[in-house]
Design a binder for this molecule. Structure first.
Ligand SMILES: Cc1cc2nc3c(=O)[nH]c(=O)nc-3n(C[C@H](O)[C@H](O)[C@H](O)COP(=O)(O)OP(=O)(O)OC[C@H]3O[C@@H](n4cnc5c(N)ncnc54)[C@H](O)[C@@H]3O)c2cc1C
Length: 309
């Protein structure tokens, strides 16, 4: 049973990286029926409109203009401009919230310089707007370069948040270093297919690592974000924050749009800050496939929507 689920999960993760499937799926006319549960819509207006609705409910947003692994300078610059537009709109409309980006969307596969050139204007605008850019963490092939860039931007401007994946064996050392530098961290379990040499394969091991890092962050981190929908971990996080007398204003929870709305409500009702990660845009395929890999039962939801459309 567990073996079957692992095979299914790995198949979705493999499919998430297949470029031909991606092209075919993203041009499909039934895209909206497929994606509506996890993705705000295909346009910036869809993302902004949802961010506004959430803001009215006291929920912050991290808007994600979907895209990753671009192959040309033009695509990287276009992605940077699109995210800059999103951040400006959030600020101009006084919605609050911020943006989340992937460095491969801004050209990291082309060069470090290209990634930095497209990230820096975002960080500068975030600073002006009194917020911070969230730099998602991609597969382990990018961990070193991503953290190097985040650290350099932090030293120059501040206004940036790193992401640490609990499943990587290296993460505890990274957390200590980023804490020392005063860089805010979003802690998540990790969503990519990694080798057993670099990452824990067992869910129970990942959960334990998450709890260990979460405690370090709540005790020593700067405005950490605990990003999970795991009810047991959420319960431990709120209990630990109370135990160490940490005010709810000193950290936040982050969850994904479309996942566990019941827990999202509970967290707000308990008086904790919540930020939702809200993706929008046409390059939805890899993000969507990672969500399927996390919970193969989502395939039934998908099938129902396809039959309805
Ligand atoms: C705000 C946010 C930002 C993230 N950023 C990154 C990142 O930058 N890099 C990265 O590698 N990963 C990122 N992730 C993904 C993360 O690594 C996990 O893959 C994902 O959150 C599932 O793990 P979980 O902590 O919710 O725990 P799990 O143990 O996987 O799930 C706990 C419960 O949550 C529900 N659930 C979880 N996922 C789904 C789903 N897809 N569909 C329906 N229900 C679900 C189920 O009820 C499940 O029992 C992010 C997650 C969040 C919440």
């Amino acid at each position: 049973m567990f073996k079957g689920l692992t095979v299914l999960r790995n198949s979705f993760l493999w499919m998430s990286q297949n470029r031909s499937l991606r092209r075919w799926m993203e041009s499909s006319s039934t895209a909206h029926a497929l994606t509506s549960r996890f993705i705000a819509g295909l346009s910036l207006e869809d993302g902004i409109s949802l961010a506004k609705t959430l803001g009215d409910q006291g929920i912050q947003t991290a808007l994600d203009h979907l895209g990753e692994n671009v192959g040309t300078v033009q695509e990287a610059k276009a992605a940077g401009a699109a995210v800059l537009g999103a951040l400006s709109s959030l600020a101009q409309l006084s919605i609050g919230g911020t943006v989340a980006i992937k460095l491969t969307q801004l050209g990291l596969d082309l060069s470090m310089e290209e990634g930095i050139a497209n990230l820096e204007p975002l960080v500068m605008l975030a600073k002006q707007a009194g917020t911070r850019v969230e730099v998602d963490m991609e597969s382990s092939a990018y961990t070193d370069r991503t953290l190097q860039i985040v650290e350099a931007m932090h030293l120059k401007h501040g206004s940036i948040r790193a992401v640490i994946q609990a499943y990587l064996y290296r993460s505890e050392a990274d957390v200590h270093r980023l804490n020392q530098l005063g860089i805010p961290i979003r802690l998540c379990k990790g969503a990519y297919n990694e080798s057993a040499v670099l990452a824990m394969a067992e869910k129970s091991e990942v959960d334990k690592a998450f709890l260990r890092l979460m405690r370090i962050l709540l005790e020593d981190g700067k405005f950490p974000a605990i990003a999970t929908h795991d009810p047991a971990i959420l319960q431990q996080a709120t209990a630990f924050a109370k135990e160490i007398d940490l005010s709810p204003s000193e950290f936040e929870f982050e969850m994904l749009y479309g996942v566990r709305r019941d827990l999202q409500q509970q967290i707000r009702q308990q008086g904790f800050n919540l930020r939702l990660y809200v993706p929008y845009g046409e390059a939805w395929y890899p993000y969507f496939m990672r969500r399927l890999a996390e919970r193969p039962a989502n395939v039934w939801f998908l099938a129902r929507n396809l039959l309805r459309s």
